[in-house]
Design a protein around this ligand. Structure first.
Ligand SMILES: O=c1[nH]cc([C@@H]2O[C@H](COP(=O)(O)OP(=O)(O)OP(=O)(O)O)[C@@H](O)[C@H]2O)c(=O)[nH]1
Length: 613
């Protein structure tokens, strides 16, 4: 009943549930959602070991289930649904991921492990928004997960087998159904019950509200974290009638927090006042540079490494160990805690999972070197943003004190330490989104790929992991290739990847069925972009593919904000830019590529695939 306003707004949309689970169908239809069920044919066989966390595995599986259905329906119908929902439920216990048992023995082994212990149930959910553009398919993925902690009583052998013989465990994650007989095994539950049954309804509703009408910054603190957003939030879902991209419809609103000034002025239909348009958003914008600088400084001082190795530590200990003032250190640590990077307890400061995953200097998904590049390289260029905008030129002289044409080469490739720092930065950044990119399209039809400017091979190795029949060549400058060996993984995928030195503007490109340009086009001005695409077009055989990995701007070019800021960075550093899908479409068509499709992965890079006509 309460949810009716959301469902009403979704009434004119084709919603598809990509799930055969009767429980998911029941939960969503009881909530009033109208949808069609199209079970996914995605084989749930992703390598669990390659995911940093159990929930990352569940989210990726959910995403792949939904994407498979969206693509299949698009191909069959030439019209994709508007929204495809995918979900995946798993049980995690002591580092193990348990899915549906394959037989009764497997059910026994799962249930006896769970007996007398607490485990986590994770459901990953993917909401894929689809739009067809000129026959192509644009997919925008939003993902989330929910965790519920469940404690089992000690189960006797007799009870265990009786339960298994009931037949209930076989199609249920972890081998039990909490909603039926399995409820008798459960001593306690902490979190969303529906999440255990297969669909986290509460988080789903919050996500819908966020996607279709992000809350205004000044409203955020007042929202109760543990409740479904108020009905009026749902009610303000944009009507999609007549609202194309950029016209403020439901799709137009997603990912762009409404600028408070705009919204209030429209609502009030009168002159904005300090009361109707409070300055909070502007004050937050003023503080933006302080947040970046605090992060840069903490990384530069390797605070997160220190706390990983010796934490939790008090302010005095940290100050002594890094040789800094106690007052200054305390303030920096508190800001990091305020930013969600550190936990502060009586025992001292320690890293949050966010810091552990991304801010250590040597973590698998480390963004530490990238942060240092921003501190040392981008920051001085941004200090001259006004000159860059006014003059339309790269401010190398002002920012670096040199007039070199090719400051990129000068800065990163002349000095080995700087080059390695740059390679580590690109490696971490690429790795974070590599799996999303590698699985955005089904690339199993390609047998050879060439990643132009593929650097350390972060994407190539992921492609090799996902497609065991694929051989990938990295084509990059000799000075990059000579150090790429430091990034080689130990697994069998290393054997599928080879390196060829060369300059993609000058040398003959290696032969391949699929060419890849990952974060390359955004580095170059338009004339160079055309030059490169024309070279690839000449090398690519008809039917071959070109995969672009970039952040996609929406058609109105006002969102998403991370892509806009990236574009500004590219302008300041290289007189280059990010593009929208239709801009890529035009570029690619001009160079003989058709069937241009895009997947907005929801991660820090999107993927565009085109076919050589
Ligand atoms: O307490 C309960 N725990 C889990 C379930 C059900 O278990 C399955 C989990 O499997 P999965 O997420 O892979 O989903 P499938 O059923 O295979 O359907 P898809 O087509 O979406 O892959 C799920 O059905 C839960 O509902 C339960 O019922 N109770």
């Amino acid at each position: 009943m309460v949810l009716y306003p959301v469902m009403r707004k979704l009434l004119d949309k084709r919603v598809v549930l990509a799930s055969a689970s009767p429980r998911r169908q029941e939960i969503l239809s009881h909530a009033g959602l109208r949808f069609t069920v199209v079970p996914s044919k995605f084989k749930e066989n992703l390598s669990k070991a390659s995911f940093p966390t159990p929930y990352a595995y569940a989210m990726e599986t959910a995403k792949q289930k939904a994407l498979e259905v969206a693509r299949r329906m698009h191909q069959k119908d030439l019209r994709a649904p508007d929204i495809v929902i995918g979900a995946d439920t798993i049980v995690a216990l002591e580092g193990l991921i348990l899915e549906k048992p394959v037989d009764k023995t497997d059910a026994y082994s799962m249930l006896s492990r769970l007996s007398g212990k607490e485990h986590s149930v994770f459901t990953g959910v993917a909401i894929v928004q689809c739009s067809s553009q000129g026959g192509g398919l644009d997919l925008d993925v939003s993902e989330f997960y929910e965790e519920t902690r469940v404690r089992f009583s000690q189960l006797s052998e007799e009870l265990l087998w009786e339960y298994i013989h009931s037949g209930e465990p076989l199609d249920k994650a972890g081998g039990y159904g909490i909603q039926a007989l399995g409820g008798m095994l459960v001593e306690a539950i902490h979190g969303d019950f529906h999440n255990v049954v297969g669909f986290p309804l509460n988080r789903f509703c919050k996500k819908l509200a966020e996607l279709y009408h992000p809350p205004r910054p000044e409203d955020r603190p007042r929202e109760k974290q543990d409740s479904i957003p108020a009905v009026d939030t749902f009610d303000r879902l944009g009507d999609s009638k007549g609202a194309g991209p950029g016209q403020g419809g439901a799709r137009g609103d997603r990912r762009r927090p409404q600028a408070p000034g705009r919204e209030h002025a429209k609502d009030a239909d009168s002159k904005p006042s300090v009361e109707s348009v409070p300055p909070t958003a502007v004050l937050e914008l003023i503080d933006g540079y302080k947040v970046s600088k605090a992060l840069f400084t903490a990384c530069k001082m390797k605070l997160f490494d220190l706390l990983r190795d010796e934490g939790p530590l008090s302010t005095a200990d940290v100050a002594r160990k890094i040789g800094a003032s106690e007052g200054g250190t305390g303030q920096l640590l508190d800001v990091c805690a305020g930013l969600g990077l550190l936990d502060k307890t009586e025992g001292g400061y320690s890293n949050t999972p966010l810091a552990t995953l991304y801010l250590l200097s040597d973590g698998e998904y480390s963004l530490h070197s990238l942060i240092m590049i921003h501190e040392e390289f981008s920051w001085p260029f941004f200090s001259y943003l006004d000159f860059a905008v006014r003059e339309g030129t790269v401010q190398t002289q002002r920012a670096l004190g040199t007039a070199g044409e090719d400051h990129y080469q000068e800065c990163f490739y002349k000095n080995r330490e700087k080059k390695l720092q740059f390679m580590r930065a690109m490696h971490g950044h690429t790795k974070v989104a590599a799996r999303h990119v590698a699985t955005a399209f089904d690339l199993s039809g390609f047998t050879s790929a060439c990643d132009l400017g593929g650097s350390t091979g972060a994407l190539a190795y992921e492609l090799a992991r996902q497609y065991p029949g694929l051989k990938v060549t990295i084509f990059d400058l000799p000075e990059v290739i000579e150090d790429a060996v430091f990034f080689k993984p130990h697994g069998p995928e290393a054997g599928q990847v080879s390196f060829v030195p060369g300059d993609f503007f000058r040398d003959t490109l290696p032969e391949a069925d699929l060419y890849i340009l990952s974060k390359i086009l955004h580095n170059w001005p338009d004339d160079k972009v055309h030059q490169l695409l024309s070279r690839i077009s000449r090398s690519c055989k008809p039917g071959g593919g070109l995969l672009l990995v970039e952040m996609l701007l929406d058609e109105d070019k006002c969102r998403p904000l991370p892509a806009l800021l990236k574009s500004l960075t590219m302008m300041v550093l290289f007189q280059a830019r990010e593009r929208s899908l239709s801009e890529y479409h035009i570029l690619l068509q001009a160079h003989g590529f058709t069937d241009v499709r895009a997947v907005r992965t929801g991660s820090i890079a999107d993927a565009v695939l085109a076919t050589r006509a």
